[in-house]
Ligand binder design. Structure first.
Ligand code: NAD
Length: 300
């Protein structure tokens, strides 16, 4: 198929590479020309505008930072729905607010175009390996059209419900993850101070009830998991600024439906502090280093 990928960042670039590996013709566009060049080096086609990127597309995948970028790219002047003269399946895999996801999908539907919100879980490692989980919101027809494309980038493709349901699932997942990451980080900070060897703590907890993805895949303490961002100065993973965005989305959603999420609310406040400390561009596991640099009184 002719597939366009817009947003070639930490996630979009490797996802586009997997679509190439699956045999598709993939045209990429990003505001950063270096990322377009990287996609071309991977064997893809490059474009210098959205209009150019979507010409002849049978499917369009977007992987953008936040709701406002998705709004601009789909609904803005020179955006996807402005320039489209075919009816490709639209797949937005960014993590954004439910309201924007539903608004963009409704605009697409008015033009007779199927759209799916399909945010992902699995991190950059999952994007590179093609093992992402896709949580999808949209009609049965949109899901059926998108599924074979998503299978080129992911392992678990789940239809969560109607438009916006994928985003609802995603913010629940990331709220869980943020709380877990703080839990794991606090344990390693405590263990360091108690003089317990990090590797020993990892070997024990990774086979005990404390086990989690935050521990075994993105271990925030450098050492035990060589491929974790903590071993490359917290780069190349999931930015703390994006985690803060997701926690705010979760808190907005919790507020709107009256759900009690005290630890989610606290994690949002702490990630705000991490961002205020200038660590927003680092992987969200940087909370370990941030906590290690604090005294007990500063966070209690
Ligand atoms: P990123 O910042 O690395 O990439 C986003 C890209 O979008 C950037 O390269 C940026 O230049 C581009 N962009 C922004 N506005 C654009 C526009 N108008 N036109 C074209 N390109 C534009 O972010 P990422 O880490 O790849 O994350 C993307 C999305 O995926 C976010 O919503 C994030 O919450 C979600 N996500 C990320 C991870 C992760 O581990 N990084 C995991 C799951 C979900």
């Amino acid at each position: 198929m002719n597939i366009t990928v817009i947003g070639l960042g930490n996630m979009g670039l490797p996802m586009a590479a997997n679509l190439l590996k699956a045999g598709h013709i993939v045209t990429g566009f990003d505001l950063n020309p270096d990322l377009v060049a990287a996609h071309v080096a991977n064997g893809g086609h490059g474009a210098t505008s959205i209009a150019e990127a979507i010409r002849g597309a049978e499917a369009i995948v977007t992987m953008l930072p936040a709701g406002r970028h998705v709004d601009t790219v789909y609904l803005g002047p020179g955006g996807i729905l402005d320039g489209i003269n075919t009816k490709p399946i639209l797949i937005d895999s960014s993590t954004i607010d439910v309201a924007t996801a539903q608004k963009v999908a409704a605009e697409a539907t008015k033009r007779g175009i199927d759209m799916l919100d399909a945010p992902v879980s699995g991190g950059t490692g999952g994007a590179i390996a093609g093992t992402l989980t896709f949580m999808c919101g949209g009609t049965d027809a949109a899901f059926a059209a998108a599924k074979p494309i998503l299978q080129g980038m992911g392992k678990n493709i789940i239809h969560a419900g109607s438009a916006g349901a994928g985003q609802s699932a995603k913010i629940c997942n990331n709220m869980m993850l943020a709380v877990a990451m703080f839990g794991v980080s606090e344990a390693f900070v405590l263990a360091d101070k108690l003089g317990l060897d990090r590797q020993k703590l990892f070997d024990i907890t990774s086979t005990s009830t404390g086990q989690s993805w935050a521990l075994t895949t993105y271990c925030p303490a450098p050492g035990p998991v060589p491929t974790a961002p903590s071993n490359r100065d917290y780069t190349g993973g999931f930015a703390a600024a994006l985690m803060l965005k997701d926690l705010k989305l979760a808190q907005d959603a919790a507020e709107s439906v009256g759900a009690a999420t005290p630890l989610g609310a606290h994690a949002a406040r702490l990630y705000q502090e991490v961002n205020d400390a200038g660590e927003g561009a680092r992987d969200f596991s940087v909370v370990f280093r941030w906590l290690a640099g604090l005294a007990r009184a500063e966070v209690n």
